[in-house]
Write a protein that binds this ligand. Structure first.
Ligand code: PMP
Length: 353
Protein backbone atom coordinates (compact mmCIF):
# COMPACT_ATOMS: atom_id res chain seq x y z
CA UNK A 1 0.00 0.00 0.00
CA UNK A 2 1.37 3.43 -0.86
CA UNK A 3 1.20 6.31 1.55
CA UNK A 4 -1.21 7.98 -0.87
CA UNK A 5 -4.10 5.49 -0.70
CA UNK A 6 -7.18 7.07 0.86
CA UNK A 7 -7.54 5.85 4.43
CA UNK A 8 -11.09 4.60 3.75
CA UNK A 9 -9.67 2.02 1.29
CA UNK A 10 -6.88 0.78 3.54
CA UNK A 11 -9.01 -2.05 4.96
CA UNK A 12 -10.81 -2.88 1.70
CA UNK A 13 -10.84 -6.63 1.14
CA UNK A 14 -10.93 -7.05 -2.62
CA UNK A 15 -12.68 -9.79 -4.59
CA UNK A 16 -10.62 -12.84 -5.59
CA UNK A 17 -11.54 -13.98 -9.10
CA UNK A 18 -11.35 -17.69 -9.99
CA UNK A 19 -7.84 -18.64 -11.08
CA UNK A 20 -6.94 -18.22 -14.75
CA UNK A 21 -3.60 -20.12 -14.90
CA UNK A 22 -1.46 -19.96 -18.05
CA UNK A 23 1.08 -22.68 -17.15
CA UNK A 24 -0.65 -25.41 -19.17
CA UNK A 25 -3.94 -26.20 -20.87
CA UNK A 26 -6.58 -27.25 -18.35
CA UNK A 27 -10.06 -28.65 -18.67
CA UNK A 28 -11.43 -25.43 -17.25
CA UNK A 29 -14.48 -25.98 -15.08
CA UNK A 30 -13.81 -23.30 -12.47
CA UNK A 31 -15.33 -19.98 -13.54
CA UNK A 32 -18.69 -20.90 -15.08
CA UNK A 33 -17.75 -19.84 -18.59
CA UNK A 34 -19.56 -21.37 -21.54
CA UNK A 35 -17.63 -24.21 -23.21
CA UNK A 36 -19.13 -23.11 -26.55
CA UNK A 37 -17.75 -20.42 -28.88
CA UNK A 38 -19.70 -17.16 -29.26
CA UNK A 39 -22.46 -17.00 -31.90
CA UNK A 40 -20.95 -17.03 -35.43
CA UNK A 41 -23.25 -14.12 -36.35
CA UNK A 42 -21.90 -12.17 -33.38
CA UNK A 43 -18.32 -12.86 -34.45
CA UNK A 44 -18.97 -11.67 -38.01
CA UNK A 45 -20.42 -8.38 -36.74
CA UNK A 46 -17.54 -7.88 -34.30
CA UNK A 47 -14.83 -8.52 -36.88
CA UNK A 48 -16.38 -5.92 -39.20
CA UNK A 49 -16.82 -3.46 -36.34
CA UNK A 50 -13.22 -3.81 -35.13
CA UNK A 51 -12.22 -1.81 -38.24
CA UNK A 52 -13.94 1.24 -36.74
CA UNK A 53 -11.95 1.09 -33.52
CA UNK A 54 -10.34 4.46 -34.26
CA UNK A 55 -13.72 6.00 -33.34
CA UNK A 56 -15.34 6.01 -29.91
CA UNK A 57 -18.30 3.66 -29.43
CA UNK A 58 -21.90 4.87 -28.99
CA UNK A 59 -22.13 5.94 -25.33
CA UNK A 60 -25.92 5.40 -25.44
CA UNK A 61 -25.47 1.79 -26.69
CA UNK A 62 -28.72 2.41 -28.57
CA UNK A 63 -28.75 -0.47 -31.06
CA UNK A 64 -27.88 -3.04 -28.42
CA UNK A 65 -30.36 -1.56 -25.95
CA UNK A 66 -33.12 -1.85 -28.55
CA UNK A 67 -32.25 -5.47 -29.25
CA UNK A 68 -32.10 -6.39 -25.55
CA UNK A 69 -35.37 -4.54 -24.81
CA UNK A 70 -37.02 -6.41 -27.66
CA UNK A 71 -35.68 -9.75 -26.39
CA UNK A 72 -36.79 -9.04 -22.80
CA UNK A 73 -40.23 -7.66 -23.73
CA UNK A 74 -39.61 -4.26 -22.10
CA UNK A 75 -38.98 -0.70 -23.33
CA UNK A 76 -35.67 0.84 -24.31
CA UNK A 77 -35.73 3.04 -21.20
CA UNK A 78 -35.87 -0.07 -18.99
CA UNK A 79 -32.37 -1.21 -20.02
CA UNK A 80 -28.95 -0.22 -18.69
CA UNK A 81 -25.83 -1.78 -20.22
CA UNK A 82 -22.70 -2.49 -18.19
CA UNK A 83 -19.16 -3.75 -18.66
CA UNK A 84 -20.11 -7.18 -17.35
CA UNK A 85 -22.89 -7.56 -14.80
CA UNK A 86 -20.17 -6.80 -12.24
CA UNK A 87 -20.35 -3.20 -13.42
CA UNK A 88 -24.15 -3.23 -13.27
CA UNK A 89 -23.90 -4.40 -9.65
CA UNK A 90 -21.12 -1.94 -8.83
CA UNK A 91 -23.05 1.04 -10.24
CA UNK A 92 -26.22 -0.09 -8.45
CA UNK A 93 -24.45 -0.28 -5.09
CA UNK A 94 -22.80 3.10 -5.80
CA UNK A 95 -26.07 4.75 -6.81
CA UNK A 96 -28.48 3.40 -4.23
CA UNK A 97 -26.82 1.88 -1.16
CA UNK A 98 -25.86 4.12 1.70
CA UNK A 99 -27.45 4.75 5.08
CA UNK A 100 -29.52 1.58 5.21
CA UNK A 101 -27.61 -1.72 5.27
CA UNK A 102 -27.81 -4.27 2.45
CA UNK A 103 -28.86 -7.83 3.21
CA UNK A 104 -27.88 -10.88 1.16
CA UNK A 105 -27.43 -14.63 1.78
CA UNK A 106 -24.35 -15.50 3.86
CA UNK A 107 -23.29 -17.86 1.10
CA UNK A 108 -23.60 -16.11 -2.22
CA UNK A 109 -21.62 -14.23 -4.85
CA UNK A 110 -18.48 -12.92 -3.10
CA UNK A 111 -18.56 -9.53 -4.78
CA UNK A 112 -21.62 -8.23 -2.88
CA UNK A 113 -19.72 -7.68 0.35
CA UNK A 114 -16.82 -6.09 -1.55
CA UNK A 115 -19.08 -3.52 -3.24
CA UNK A 116 -20.83 -2.83 0.07
CA UNK A 117 -17.48 -2.12 1.71
CA UNK A 118 -16.21 -0.09 -1.26
CA UNK A 119 -19.27 2.16 -1.25
CA UNK A 120 -19.55 2.44 2.52
CA UNK A 121 -22.67 0.38 3.11
CA UNK A 122 -23.11 -2.10 5.96
CA UNK A 123 -23.53 -5.77 4.91
CA UNK A 124 -25.99 -8.04 6.72
CA UNK A 125 -25.55 -11.75 6.05
CA UNK A 126 -28.78 -13.77 6.16
CA UNK A 127 -28.11 -17.39 7.16
CA UNK A 128 -29.12 -20.18 4.81
CA UNK A 129 -31.09 -23.21 6.00
CA UNK A 130 -29.03 -26.37 6.58
CA UNK A 131 -29.81 -27.58 3.04
CA UNK A 132 -28.44 -24.22 1.72
CA UNK A 133 -31.88 -22.97 0.75
CA UNK A 134 -32.83 -19.32 1.32
CA UNK A 135 -35.43 -18.55 4.01
CA UNK A 136 -37.54 -15.83 2.40
CA UNK A 137 -38.71 -14.61 5.83
CA UNK A 138 -35.23 -13.10 6.24
CA UNK A 139 -36.06 -10.72 3.39
CA UNK A 140 -39.71 -9.80 4.03
CA UNK A 141 -40.40 -6.18 5.08
CA UNK A 142 -36.80 -5.39 6.02
CA UNK A 143 -35.19 -2.13 6.94
CA UNK A 144 -32.43 -2.78 4.42
CA UNK A 145 -31.81 -3.03 0.72
CA UNK A 146 -31.68 -6.57 -0.66
CA UNK A 147 -29.51 -8.52 -3.10
CA UNK A 148 -30.29 -12.11 -4.04
CA UNK A 149 -28.63 -14.18 -6.73
CA UNK A 150 -31.28 -16.39 -8.34
CA UNK A 151 -30.18 -19.11 -8.90
CA UNK A 152 -27.84 -18.57 -5.96
CA UNK A 153 -24.10 -19.05 -6.33
CA UNK A 154 -22.29 -21.30 -5.64
CA UNK A 155 -25.21 -23.55 -4.70
CA UNK A 156 -27.20 -23.18 -7.94
CA UNK A 157 -30.41 -23.37 -5.93
CA UNK A 158 -33.47 -21.51 -7.21
CA UNK A 159 -36.10 -19.40 -5.45
CA UNK A 160 -39.60 -19.58 -6.94
CA UNK A 161 -40.77 -16.43 -8.71
CA UNK A 162 -43.70 -15.95 -6.32
CA UNK A 163 -41.23 -15.91 -3.39
CA UNK A 164 -39.14 -13.31 -5.20
CA UNK A 165 -42.29 -11.24 -5.77
CA UNK A 166 -43.23 -11.45 -2.08
CA UNK A 167 -39.82 -10.02 -1.19
CA UNK A 168 -40.07 -7.17 -3.71
CA UNK A 169 -43.68 -6.35 -2.76
CA UNK A 170 -42.96 -6.24 0.98
CA UNK A 171 -40.07 -3.75 0.59
CA UNK A 172 -41.54 -0.97 -1.57
CA UNK A 173 -39.12 1.69 -0.27
CA UNK A 174 -35.97 -0.43 -0.58
CA UNK A 175 -34.04 -1.48 -3.64
CA UNK A 176 -34.19 -5.22 -4.41
CA UNK A 177 -31.53 -6.50 -6.81
CA UNK A 178 -32.14 -9.94 -8.28
CA UNK A 179 -28.89 -11.13 -9.84
CA UNK A 180 -29.90 -13.48 -12.64
CA UNK A 181 -26.44 -14.36 -13.95
CA UNK A 182 -27.53 -18.03 -14.23
CA UNK A 183 -31.27 -17.72 -14.92
CA UNK A 184 -31.08 -19.01 -18.51
CA UNK A 185 -30.27 -22.55 -17.36
CA UNK A 186 -33.74 -23.43 -16.11
CA UNK A 187 -35.08 -20.66 -13.85
CA UNK A 188 -37.99 -18.27 -14.32
CA UNK A 189 -36.87 -14.66 -14.70
CA UNK A 190 -38.16 -11.76 -12.59
CA UNK A 191 -37.92 -9.41 -15.61
CA UNK A 192 -41.72 -9.25 -16.14
CA UNK A 193 -42.04 -7.91 -12.55
CA UNK A 194 -40.20 -4.73 -13.58
CA UNK A 195 -43.50 -3.46 -15.03
CA UNK A 196 -45.17 -3.84 -11.60
CA UNK A 197 -42.47 -2.74 -9.14
CA UNK A 198 -40.33 0.40 -9.29
CA UNK A 199 -37.88 -0.89 -6.64
CA UNK A 200 -36.64 -3.94 -8.61
CA UNK A 201 -33.35 -4.22 -10.50
CA UNK A 202 -32.80 -7.44 -12.44
CA UNK A 203 -29.13 -7.94 -13.29
CA UNK A 204 -28.22 -10.14 -16.27
CA UNK A 205 -25.05 -11.16 -18.07
CA UNK A 206 -23.83 -12.24 -21.50
CA UNK A 207 -20.94 -14.11 -19.83
CA UNK A 208 -22.58 -17.51 -19.28
CA UNK A 209 -25.48 -18.45 -21.55
CA UNK A 210 -24.29 -16.22 -24.42
CA UNK A 211 -20.62 -17.32 -24.39
CA UNK A 212 -19.20 -13.79 -24.01
CA UNK A 213 -17.35 -13.80 -20.67
CA UNK A 214 -14.27 -12.35 -22.37
CA UNK A 215 -16.20 -9.50 -24.00
CA UNK A 216 -17.50 -8.13 -20.66
CA UNK A 217 -21.16 -7.40 -21.16
CA UNK A 218 -24.10 -7.31 -18.77
CA UNK A 219 -27.30 -5.35 -18.35
CA UNK A 220 -29.94 -4.28 -15.87
CA UNK A 221 -33.68 -4.32 -16.41
CA UNK A 222 -35.53 -1.89 -14.14
CA UNK A 223 -38.01 0.97 -13.92
CA UNK A 224 -37.05 3.91 -16.19
CA UNK A 225 -36.25 6.18 -13.23
CA UNK A 226 -33.75 3.64 -11.86
CA UNK A 227 -32.18 3.28 -15.29
CA UNK A 228 -31.73 7.08 -15.52
CA UNK A 229 -29.93 6.98 -12.16
CA UNK A 230 -27.58 4.24 -13.39
CA UNK A 231 -26.92 6.26 -16.56
CA UNK A 232 -26.06 9.25 -14.37
CA UNK A 233 -23.42 7.15 -12.58
CA UNK A 234 -22.07 5.79 -15.87
CA UNK A 235 -21.83 9.24 -17.47
CA UNK A 236 -20.02 10.43 -14.34
CA UNK A 237 -17.45 7.63 -14.43
CA UNK A 238 -16.93 6.06 -17.89
CA UNK A 239 -19.39 7.05 -20.66
CA UNK A 240 -17.72 4.70 -23.19
CA UNK A 241 -17.93 1.70 -20.90
CA UNK A 242 -18.74 -0.76 -23.70
CA UNK A 243 -16.27 -0.97 -26.58
CA UNK A 244 -17.30 -1.23 -30.23
CA UNK A 245 -16.50 -4.92 -30.70
CA UNK A 246 -18.35 -5.87 -27.54
CA UNK A 247 -21.41 -3.87 -28.64
CA UNK A 248 -21.32 -5.77 -31.94
CA UNK A 249 -20.82 -9.14 -30.23
CA UNK A 250 -23.75 -8.42 -27.92
CA UNK A 251 -26.01 -7.40 -30.79
CA UNK A 252 -25.20 -10.54 -32.76
CA UNK A 253 -25.57 -12.77 -29.70
CA UNK A 254 -28.93 -11.42 -28.53
CA UNK A 255 -30.39 -11.76 -32.04
CA UNK A 256 -29.08 -15.29 -32.55
CA UNK A 257 -31.81 -16.93 -30.49
CA UNK A 258 -31.40 -20.31 -32.22
CA UNK A 259 -27.77 -20.61 -31.11
CA UNK A 260 -28.63 -19.38 -27.60
CA UNK A 261 -31.40 -21.99 -27.27
CA UNK A 262 -29.07 -24.72 -28.57
CA UNK A 263 -26.27 -23.86 -26.12
CA UNK A 264 -28.59 -23.63 -23.09
CA UNK A 265 -30.26 -26.95 -23.98
CA UNK A 266 -26.87 -28.66 -24.27
CA UNK A 267 -25.72 -27.32 -20.89
CA UNK A 268 -28.96 -28.39 -19.18
CA UNK A 269 -28.69 -31.87 -20.73
CA UNK A 270 -25.05 -32.21 -19.72
CA UNK A 271 -25.85 -30.97 -16.19
CA UNK A 272 -28.20 -33.94 -15.78
CA UNK A 273 -25.56 -36.30 -17.20
CA UNK A 274 -22.77 -34.87 -15.02
CA UNK A 275 -24.92 -35.05 -11.87
CA UNK A 276 -25.74 -38.68 -12.61
CA UNK A 277 -22.09 -39.63 -13.16
CA UNK A 278 -21.04 -37.84 -9.96
CA UNK A 279 -23.81 -39.55 -7.98
CA UNK A 280 -22.61 -42.92 -9.28
CA UNK A 281 -19.21 -42.08 -7.77
CA UNK A 282 -20.80 -41.32 -4.38
CA UNK A 283 -21.12 -37.53 -4.54
CA UNK A 284 -24.02 -35.61 -3.07
CA UNK A 285 -25.00 -32.23 -4.45
CA UNK A 286 -27.48 -29.38 -4.31
CA UNK A 287 -30.32 -29.14 -6.83
CA UNK A 288 -28.64 -26.81 -9.31
CA UNK A 289 -30.48 -24.71 -11.88
CA UNK A 290 -27.24 -23.09 -13.02
CA UNK A 291 -24.39 -24.04 -15.37
CA UNK A 292 -22.50 -25.64 -12.49
CA UNK A 293 -22.88 -28.36 -9.88
CA UNK A 294 -22.01 -27.92 -6.21
CA UNK A 295 -20.91 -31.31 -4.91
CA UNK A 296 -19.10 -33.09 -2.10
CA UNK A 297 -17.82 -36.61 -1.51
CA UNK A 298 -17.77 -38.47 1.84
CA UNK A 299 -14.24 -39.88 1.34
CA UNK A 300 -12.25 -36.85 0.23
CA UNK A 301 -12.19 -33.26 1.39
CA UNK A 302 -13.15 -30.47 -1.00
CA UNK A 303 -9.65 -29.07 -0.97
CA UNK A 304 -7.91 -32.42 -1.56
CA UNK A 305 -10.16 -33.16 -4.50
CA UNK A 306 -9.62 -29.69 -5.96
CA UNK A 307 -5.82 -30.03 -5.66
CA UNK A 308 -5.72 -33.58 -7.03
CA UNK A 309 -7.88 -32.58 -10.01
CA UNK A 310 -5.66 -29.57 -10.70
CA UNK A 311 -2.64 -31.86 -10.69
CA UNK A 312 -4.40 -33.98 -13.32
CA UNK A 313 -5.25 -30.96 -15.49
CA UNK A 314 -8.86 -30.29 -14.43
CA UNK A 315 -9.73 -27.01 -12.72
CA UNK A 316 -12.76 -26.70 -10.45
CA UNK A 317 -13.56 -24.00 -7.88
CA UNK A 318 -12.99 -24.59 -4.19
CA UNK A 319 -13.97 -22.10 -1.48
CA UNK A 320 -12.31 -21.92 1.92
CA UNK A 321 -15.38 -20.68 3.85
CA UNK A 322 -15.80 -23.43 6.51
CA UNK A 323 -19.54 -23.75 5.78
CA UNK A 324 -18.86 -24.89 2.21
CA UNK A 325 -15.29 -26.12 2.31
CA UNK A 326 -16.33 -29.76 1.80
CA UNK A 327 -17.71 -28.81 -1.61
CA UNK A 328 -16.42 -27.97 -5.05
CA UNK A 329 -18.25 -25.94 -7.66
CA UNK A 330 -17.90 -27.66 -11.01
CA UNK A 331 -18.83 -25.79 -14.18
CA UNK A 332 -20.80 -27.75 -16.76
CA UNK A 333 -18.61 -28.02 -19.83
CA UNK A 334 -19.03 -30.19 -22.91
CA UNK A 335 -19.91 -33.88 -22.65
CA UNK A 336 -16.27 -34.68 -23.50
CA UNK A 337 -15.03 -32.46 -20.65
CA UNK A 338 -17.42 -34.18 -18.25
CA UNK A 339 -16.06 -37.55 -19.30
CA UNK A 340 -12.49 -36.39 -18.58
CA UNK A 341 -13.62 -34.96 -15.20
CA UNK A 342 -15.31 -38.22 -14.23
CA UNK A 343 -12.34 -40.33 -15.35
CA UNK A 344 -9.93 -38.18 -13.31
CA UNK A 345 -12.16 -38.25 -10.22
CA UNK A 346 -12.44 -42.05 -10.50
CA UNK A 347 -8.63 -42.27 -10.61
CA UNK A 348 -8.29 -40.00 -7.57
CA UNK A 349 -10.85 -41.98 -5.55
CA UNK A 350 -9.09 -45.19 -6.54
CA UNK A 351 -5.69 -43.78 -5.48
CA UNK A 352 -7.22 -42.81 -2.13
CA UNK A 353 -8.06 -46.41 -1.22
N1 PMP B 1 -23.28 -12.55 -10.48
C1 PMP B 1 -22.95 -13.80 -10.19
C2 PMP B 1 -23.81 -14.57 -9.24
C3 PMP B 1 -21.80 -14.38 -10.75
O1 PMP B 1 -21.45 -15.63 -10.43
C4 PMP B 1 -21.02 -13.63 -11.65
C5 PMP B 1 -19.82 -14.26 -12.32
N2 PMP B 1 -18.65 -14.29 -11.61
C6 PMP B 1 -21.40 -12.31 -11.90
C7 PMP B 1 -22.54 -11.80 -11.33
C8 PMP B 1 -20.57 -11.40 -12.76
O2 PMP B 1 -20.53 -11.82 -14.09
P1 PMP B 1 -20.06 -10.86 -15.25
O3 PMP B 1 -19.42 -9.64 -14.68
O4 PMP B 1 -19.14 -11.69 -16.07
O5 PMP B 1 -21.33 -10.50 -16.00
Amino acid sequence: MSKFLKSEFAGLKEYTPGEQPRDKKYVKLNTNESPFHPSKKALELAIAEAENSNLYPDPECKLLKEAIADNMGVNLDNIFIGNGSDEVLSFSFMAFFSGLPVIFPEISYGFYKVYAQLYGCKSVFAPLKTDFSIDINDYIAKNSHIVIANPNAPTGMLLALNDIEEIIKSNPDKIVIIDEAYIDFGGKSAVPLVKKYDNLIVSRTFSKSRSLAGARLGFAVADAAIIRDLEKIKFSTNPYNINRTTLALGLGAIKDTAYFDECCAKIIKNRTYTALQLKKLGFTMTDSYANFIFAKHPDISGEELYLALKEKGVLVRHFTDPKITDYNRITIGTREETDILIAKISEILEEQK
